[in-house]
Structure formats: structure tokens, C-alpha cells
Design a protein around this ligand. Structure first.
Ligand code: ATP
Ligand code: MG
Length: 403
């Protein structure tokens, strides 16, 4: 297929917006005789007038050839090798154009070679053409190339049209692409929220149909992607999309079931406030511990379970809250939250009753504890959201000031 090419005068990307490191890599490859394209989110963000998080380069040089061009280069990854080119403040990821993924029965395994049925080892054909590389990317707006040879934009997938119309459209058949890699569902939600785009209709339907496949996905990839969702600056919109497209319950099943219960209305209020707070911290450039983010999301649910436990098992509130928090954390194996983080979530939650019942002496000790600030930020958020404990909050603010 012939791509649509947009020449330099007809688009807004200028070299001034591209980092010096990325330009060095692009020109280094071009001068060595290879194709060198800026690819992925960098091109998308530049065309939208946004500041790209990082720059990725795609080329027809093999990883070994890339290494010969740059001395400051290391190859990473086993199954599909990538080159990282290091500069003092930036790393540029260079990937060789990729061919379509082979069918499962020809899986190349770990060593980039195919083992044919008769045992013959064939040379790998993981590498492909620019077109094949564009077509195996996730969304049309993520598949544009910027060609350093003539500063044009190369578009195999109508990505420029979708950028203009602000649409997240899956490349190929959404059913198939979400089945191949369910994490793409979360990526669609993140890009739609962060860029303020709409998800195209057939993709929305496919998300609803396939969201349950997230349950079989690698828990560490899920954790990583959830971190990105929470820190994209538009977590509140991600949450709204998650509810609209029935994704939330496949990430947090217990919480999802609780939200969907008949008396669930007031509960989304808490979660909406939580996500809005997460976005405010983000906008203020405040680097929040992931444990505090999860505590905000889980908090009201833990309180609710604690109340059930207190009523049914006759425990005191503080003990019941501890029990509720630990029970839920044990159920969280679907997303691999690191141990240190779950430990800190428990610290934040089980520390809450102490904010209501303390002496100045104890308060001094609490203030010195390393988890104080996160526990206090949670207390402040919960008190304000529920419109309660104003006097205690004021008292604690005083204690902090007079420290
Ligand atoms: P950002 O870095 O701003 O989060 P990005 O679009 O650059 O967004 P990356 O995760 O950095 O996203 O990936 C770079 C590119 O690789 C994407 O733009 C997309 O073309 C491709 N890509 C990444 N993950 C997938 C995936 N799961 N399936 C298909 N293509 C993907
Ligand atoms: Mg990127």
C-alpha cells in the first residue's frame, strides 16, 4: 500500500521540537545509509502540540547495525532485540521495523529463530518493512512516522485524519487486536483520557466484550499500566471510561462488585473524588507514593468491609479495619502490587483510627514516623470528602506547624 506523505511545508513538526539526542540518532542512522524515522507517541504528541515524554526511533538497520553506528549503544531484549542509545540525560530507543507477529504454532521462542516442523532452524524473519511495522502498532494515531531524510510525515493508516478528528481507532480488527494483547484496552482508555479523544465505536464495543481478558494478563504488566493510568493527569476520566465500558470490575473485582451492588450510588462519589484528587496532585507536580493512590481508591471499600466485620464478628473498629485491609490486599493478586506498596497501603489504612484518638505525646511520635505524611494526606482527604472531623483535622494541622 502507498502511504500518504505529508511534505514539510504542510505539517507543523519542526526539528527544534525534537530533542538533541533523538536528532543525533536519526541523523546518525541516515548518514550511515539507513531509513530513520521518528515513530510512535513522539510524532503523535508533536502533531498535537504537546510535549512528548520520550522519542522512539524506527529504522531498517538491524540492532547489530545500529550498534555499529553508535558507540554509546546497548542491545536489550531477547525475543525482539532493541537498541538503546545513551546520552547523558536521555536514552533513545531504536527498534528495527517489525514484521507481523507469527502465528502461535511458529512461535520463535526466545532466540529469534524459527524452528520448522522438521527440526530445521530457519533464519528469523522478525524484521519487516515500514508498512508492516506501522500495521502492527496499536492505534492509528500511534503509527505515524516522521522521516528525517526529507522531514515528511509518512502515514500508512490514516492516522493524521484520526488525529484531526480526535479519535482513538484500532489498527485492524479491534476484536482480534484486543484479544492478542488485552493491555491495549487500558492503553486505549489512557490515550482517550489523556488526549481528550473519543474511542471509535467498534473499538468501544470490542472493549466491552473483551475486558474480561484482562484477567488473564500478566500481573506485572497490569500493575505497570495501572500506574500509567493513575499518573496520566486524567485519572478521573479514565475511571469514567472504565465504568462506562465495564472495565473496572476486571481490574479490581471486589471493589467492582461492591460498586455495582444496588446501594452503590454514594460509592462512586467517593471514587470520583479520589481520582479528582489524584489528578490535582499530579497537576501540582506532587510525586505521590503509589500506596497513597491505592489507599484513596480502596479506602471507602475497606471502611465498608470493616463495618461488616465489626458487626458480624464483634471486633472493634480499629481491629476490623486492619482485618478488612489485609483481607482485600490478599485478594489483589491479579495486579502484582509490589510487597513494599501493599505494606504501605496497610500502614496508611490501619493508622487512620489513631488520628481520632491521640494524646499530644503520641502525636509527636506519629509525626516522626516515616509513613506519617501519607497517612495524614489520606486522613485529610477522607475527612473533607465525608465532611467530618473538621476539629481533629485542624488540631493535626496545628501539630504539624508547631513541630
Ligand atoms: P507514551 O510514551 O506517551 O505513553 P506511546 O504511544 O509512545 O505513548 P509507548 O508505550 O511508549 O507509547 O510505545 C511506543 C509505540 O509502540 C506506541 O506509540 C505504539 O505504536 C507501539 N506500541 C506500544 N505498545 C503497544 C502494544 N501493546 N501493541 C501494539 N503497539 C504498541
Ligand atoms: Mg513513548
Amino acid at each position: 500500500m502507498e502511504p500518504q506523505i505529508t511534505a514539510r511545508p504542510d505539517h507543523t513538526i519542526s526539528r527544534k521540537q525534537i530533542s538533541a539526542a533523538a536528532l543525533k540518532v536519526l541523523y546518525g542512522l541516515k548518514d550511515a545509509g539507513y531509513l530513520a524515522y521518528l515513530a510512535g507517541g513522539g510524532v503523535r504528541d508533536l502533531l498535537l502540540g504537546r510535549n512528548p515524554k520520550d522519542f522512539d526511533v524506527a529504522t531498517n538497520a538491524t540492532p547489530e547495525e545500529v550498534r555499529r553506528v553508535f558507540r554509546n549503544c546497548r542491545l536489550i531484549g531477547r525475543r525482539f532485540r532493541l537498541a538503546h542509545v545513551y546520552f547523558h540525560d536521555e536514552t533513545i530507543e531504536v527498534s528495527t521495523f517489525r514484521a507481523p507477529a507469527p502465528p502461535a504454532d511458529e512461535d520463535p521462542g526466545d532466540d529469534n529463530t524459527f524452528l520448522a516442523k522438521d527440526g530445521l532452524v530457519l533464519r528469523d524473519n522478525l524484521f519487516g518493512t515500514p508498512e508492516e511495522d506501522a500495521l502492527r502498532r496499536d492505534f492509528t494515531v500511534n503509527a505515524l512516522f516522521y522521516n528525517i531524510a526529507d522531514f515528511s510525515i509518512i502515514d500508512y493508516v490514516n492516522g493524521r485524519r484520526d488525529l484531526k478528528e480526535r479519535i482513538i481507532r484500532v489498527i485492524g480488527d479491534p476484536e482480534q487486536r484486543f484479544t492478542e494483547d488485552p493491555v491495549r484496552i487500558l492503553r486505549a482508555l489512557r490515550f482517550a483520557a489523556a488526549l481528550d479523544f473519543e474511542i471509535e465505536t467498534s473499538a468501544r464495543e470490542a472493549i466491552r466484550r473483551h475486558a474480561e481478558k484482562l484477567e488473564g494478563t500478566s500481573s506485572s504488566r497490569l500493575y505497570e499500566e495501572i500506574q500509567k493510568l493513575l499518573s496520566c493527569g486524567k485519572a478521573a476520566r479514565v475511571f469514567a471510561l472504565c465504568c462506562e465500558l465495564d472495565v473496572f470490575e476486571h481490574l479490581f473485582p471486589e471493589l467492582g462488585a461492591w460498586l455495582k451492588a444496588p446501594d452503590g450510588e454514594g460509592k462512586t462519589h467517593w471514587l470520583n473524588k479520589s481520582f479528582a484528587q489524584i489528578d490535582r496532585w499530579r497537576a501540582a507536580g506532587f510525586n505521590v507514593d503509589p500506596a497513597l493512590l491505592f489507599a484513596l481508591i480502596f479506602g471507602e471499600y475497606h471502611e465498608w468491609v470493616a463495618a461488616q466485620i465489626a458487626a458480624n464478628e464483634g471486633l472493634q473498629h480499629a481491629e476490623a479495619l486492619q482485618e478488612a485491609t489485609h483481607r482485600h490486599i490478599r485478594q489483589l493478586d491479579r495486579i502484582r502490587i509490589p510487597k513494599a506498596v501493599t505494606h504501605h497501603i496497610a500502614e496508611i489504612m490501619t493508622g487512620q483510627p489513631r488520628f481520632l484518638k491521640t494524646t499530644p505525646q503520641n502525636a509527636k511520635r506519629m509525626l516522626r514516623h516515616r509513613s506519617f505524611l501519607d497517612a495524614f494526606l489520606y486522613f485529610k482527604f477522607a475527612a473533607r470528602t465525608a465532611g467530618r472531623h473538621a476539629a481533629e483535622l485542624e488540631w493535626w494541622e496545628q501539630q504539624r506547624k508547631s513541630r
